[in-house]
Design a protein around this ligand. Structure first.
Ligand SMILES: [Zn+2]
Length: 282
């Protein structure tokens, strides 16, 4: 150690005192960084859509893929939480289990009941489904009987507007009321509990939409921006980790998204840029 110290001093030409100060500074920096990362609690909110073995859209995962992911969360000791748990953590500083995860589904597809629900039950995993109130009971979507049954078994339901518009494109406040307030009341009347959370369709919102979301009594809202959620985040633009079907390496992509969302975000940007470049040059 002393030899190394002597070597470093010799190379950069430091006096012994300055060398010690530099060493102390590096140690201090190391301790602060470790402290920061160890205490930086980020909660992943996974965003799913369809789970089935028929649809091959980018939004659909096969039951085998979904089962592998739930099995991993279960075996790795993750605690599935509710949006209320997340809100209390973000807003009130209430502690959450070390490995917490919020599992969400958008749109309320009927396969959530047929294919995803049995897998969630198998691992005792709770989840939240954001419903499009107008589509409930339509072919391909959950009906109230299925929703009520799932409600009895740790599945929560929250809002995803009346009929899935791009909220940021709506100019008319009456239309915003229909999408945000009336659909919320409709869901509440059927569910028998308050709907406090919204997922923006397509992840689209603007300042006026957020104002209305707050006015109509939602406590927090989710985007499709990739990332975990920390206490510094705005409650009305919460991040999620979208889990899409990949034709290959689905599990690896899921694992990377769960553990390194920021790396995946950079990867997404890079591939979008590359595709754009390809379009303009080739
Ligand atoms: Zn949607």
């Amino acid at each position: 150690m002393f030899y190394n110290g002597y070597f470093v001093r010799g190379v950069v030409g430091l006096s012994y005192k300055k060398y010690l100060m530099l060493l102390a500074l590096i140690v201090l920096l190391g301790i602060s960084l470790s402290w920061y990362f160890l205490n930086k609690r980020e909660i992943p909110v996974l965003g799913y859509h369809e789970i089935n073995n028929k649809e091959h859209s980018p939004l659909a995962l096969s039951t085998t893929e979904f089962d592998a992911q739930m099995q991993y969360l279960h075996a790795a000791g993750y605690t599935p939480i509710t949006p209320d748990d997340l809100l209390q953590f973000l807003r009130d500083g209430k502690e959450l289990p070390y490995k917490s995860v919020l599992i969400t589904f958008d749109d309320g597809y009927e396969d959530n009941y047929i294919d995803a629900y049995p897998i969630l039950k198998k691992y005792g995993i709770k989840a939240t489904i954001f419903l499009i109130s107008h589509d409930i009971g339509l072919p391909g979507y959950l009906n109230w009987q299925e929703i009520h049954e799932m409600s009895q078994n740790h599945i929560l339901f929250e809002g995803h507007t009346f009929n899935h518009p791009h909220l940021d494109k709506i100019q008319d406040d009456d239309e915003l009321k229909k999408q945000l307030a009336d659909s919320k009341v409709d869901l509440e009347n059927h569910l028998g509990y308050k709907v406090d959370y919204l997922a923006y369709p397509y992840g689209d919102y603007n300042a006026h939409v957020i104002e209305k979301v707050k006015e109509y009594g939602y406590l927090a809202a989710f985007t499709v921006h990739l990332g975990d959620d920390t206490v510094q985040d705005d409650l009305f633009t919460l991040h999620r980790v979208p889990v899409f079907q990949a034709y290959t390496h689905t599990f690896i992509r899921f694992w990377l998204s769960l553990h390194c969302p920021y790396f995946m975000k950079e990867l997404q940007y890079a591939s979008a840029k590359w595709n754009k470049m390809k379009q303009s040059y080739f």
